[in-house]
Design a binder for this molecule. Structure first.
Ligand code: XBP
Ligand code: MG
Length: 262
């Protein structure tokens, strides 16, 4: 424990790794092609569709708002589920190549958390298999064992920005929100964490989430940074630190909960 801080809860897509543009988006397009559909989600359209979390929900939203050719007229049946299953197959195959690594500073921070004896958890909208495969292949070592809790995907009915997945992660950790820091990349993710009463939230903005509304986040940066890759603080206070380390997160957490910054 560090001055009341006991665990970090990480989002996955856009936070641990920049997975959306060249990972998930490509896998969706491959699944559409497999199914003989002429649907193509280019980078701009995908950026709009990311407003809806959850791959199945995103496909349904696309069907509703764009009415693309090839959608079964007599209701959906397993059409969307089957498309999403194929998409997940393609995405997992891509992850297994090691093509998607961690964002700068993530492995360093994970190591600091472990060295300090704090606990690690995941709270994500993505499919559980995507998380385990990413953690097994994104670094030189298998990072999956580092995470005590992986709360992911359909284990909860309501996805981000609903609080459910963060509430599930807290339940599985057996910790109250005030003992944790959450790390997110998007407005949906921030709203989900805040709704679960997690007040100490770091937002590391990504290319798809810059410019979103991060009101309520005590600290917003353009990434975790590294000693040779200084971070830009977009809102909040990093006390002059050149990058985000565990001490910076403990200081943010202490300020949020009115504790002395040790
Ligand atoms: C991001 C999401 C996910 C992914 C796609 O999750 O909203 O839906 O875009 O993954 P988070 P699936 O930022 O919470 O990690 O197709 O498996 O849903
Ligand atoms: Mg995210």
């Amino acid at each position: 424990m560090m001055n009341g801080l006991e665990a970090l809860i990480f989002d996955v897509d856009g936070t641990l790794a920049d997975t959306e543009r060249d990972g998930h988006r490509r896998a969706f397009n491959q699944a559409f092609a497999d199914a003989g559909l002429d649907w193509v989600w280019d980078e701009a359209l995908y950026g709009e569709l990311l407003a809806v979390t959850g791959g199945k929900e995103r496909i349904r939203h696309f069907i509703r708002t764009h009415g693309p050719q090839g959608t079964p007229v007599d209701g959906e049946g397993d059409f969307v589920k089957e498309l999403h299953r194929r998409k997940t197959e393609h995405y997992v195959q891509l992850l297994e190549t090691g093509a998607i690594g961690l964002r700068p500073g993530v492995e360093r921070l994970l190591g600091e958390v472990r060295d300090a004896g704090l606990r690690l958890a995941i709270a994500t909208t993505t499919t559980p298999e995507n998380v385990t495969t990413l953690l097994r292949h994104c670094a030189a070592t298998d990072l999956l064992p580092w995470f005590e809790v992986v709360a992911a995907g359909d284990v909860v009915a309501a996805k981000k920005p609903a609080p459910d997945i963060y509430t599930r992660a807290l339940e599985q950790l057996g910790l109250p929100p005030q003992a944790c820091v959450a790390i997110e990349d998007s407005d949906n993710g921030l709203r989900s964490a805040l709704a679960a009463d997690l007040k100490a939230v770091l937002v590391t903005v990504g290319s798809y989430t810059e410019g979103q509304d991060f009101a309520g986040a005590p600290l917003v940066v353009d990434g975790l940074g590294e000693p040779d890759e200084p971070v830009t603080v977009l809102s909040g206070d990093l006390d002059g630190r050149p990058y985000v380390d565990l001490a910076a997160l403990a200081a943010m957490h202490a300020r949020v909960y009115g504790r002395p910054v040790l």
